[in-house]
Write a protein of this length. Structure first.
Length: 320
């Protein structure tokens, strides 16, 4: 299978400026970005809206086969282990080979997603400026400013660090594990790839799948980004003041089919230190190690895959 149906639309301003790429449906069942991008495309094609500076590239459907089937993925999660593949082994590899050169050719990425369980929108941002080998970065200020303008009040950081922690814990415990959870490279999705090739980017989780508000939020986020970067005319609406930044600090794997979460958690449910989270198949209880938040709980996770993540309030400020 090849990525022949991967389509992008590029609009060029009269003057130079930032090069922005906006992605919808990286996960095929997350259609809010696609709807927002299609509406925007109509306005750009008809001339209602005009790109005045820089470059805008729109990819309404990043994973076309998964989108047609309204599935998250065809063979594997496109938003992991992302990079050009000399020998594509599956459908998502073929998409990666179309997508990665395009990302490399831009400065800024806005990646639009939605989520399964009820909850408020949130955005994932990258690390502080640093020169470590895990995820070196120099655009913290620009990326944070962009994230603040998208419309979300909640932000999440620490993805690559928690992923690396998970890899380290799994190797140390010598527990059996899925091969992909033993490689830090597997943690690389669209924004991590963008940062690795000298750009910056934000993943915006706009709301629950099929919530009509989610596509409105996606469109708001695109318009805000275009104004902030000076790509279209206008001044962005100032960010909300009451924002919170959480940091992922731990990932806990499901180790047995009997491992059960004690209730139906939603992402960002608040937990007290010592609060019971789950019971292992062997009867051992799992508790919150500090005050914090459960994130991405997956009660039906495969064995040796991520059961849930744990986040705490970050000591980093969004206002820099
Ligand atoms: Zn997604």
């Amino acid at each position: 299978m090849t990525a022949t149906r991967f389509q992008s639309f590029r609009f060029q301003g009269d003057t130079s400026g930032p090069k922005l790429i906006v992605l919808g449906a990286v996960h095929g069942n997350e259609t809010c970005g696609t709807e927002a991008i299609h509406a925007l495309l109509e306005e750009l094609k008809s001339g209602v809206l005009k790109v005045k500076a820089g470059t805008l590239t729109l990819v309404p459907v990043t994973n076309p086969e998964a989108y047609d089937q309204r599935r998250r993925a065809v063979d594997r999660n496109l938003n992991r282990f992302l990079g050009p593949k000399a020998e594509p082994a599956d459908y998502e590899d073929s998409i990666a080979n179309a997508l990665c050169p395009l990302l490399r050719d831009h400065d800024v990425l806005l990646d639009l997603h939605s989520f399964h369980t009820p909850g408020d929108p949130f955005a994932l941002i990258g690390p502080k400026n640093n020169q470590e080998c895990l995820e070196p970065f120099a655009f913290q200020e620009r990326e944070t400013k962009l994230a603040l303008h998208l419309g979300a009040k909640r932000f999440l950081e620490g993805w690559m660090e928690v992923y690396e922690n998970g890899v380290r814990q799994r190797k140390a415990s010598k527990q059996p594990s899925s091969a992909h959870l033993l490689s830090t490279d597997y943690g690389v999705g669209t924004t991590e790839y963008m940062r690795s090739v000298g750009g910056y980017g934000v993943t915006y989780e706009c709301g629950q799948h099929h919530d009509p508000e989610a596509s409105k939020r996606a469109r708001y986020a695109i318009d805000q980004t275009l104004k902030l970067l000076g790509i279209i005319e206008g001044v962005p609406i100032p960010p909300p003041k009451d924002v919170e930044l959480l940091k992922l600090v731990d990932v806990v794997d499901r180790l047995d089919n009997g491992d059960t979460l004690v209730r139906n958690f939603n992402s960002f449910d608040r937990l007290k230190k010592g609060e019971k989270i789950g019971i292992r198949g062997n009867g051992a209880e799992v508790f919150a190690e500090s005050d914090g938040f459960i994130v991405f709980p997956n009660p039906g996770a495969s064995i040796y895959a991520e059961w849930y993540y744990f986040a705490v309030e970050s000591d980093r400020s969004m206002w820099i």
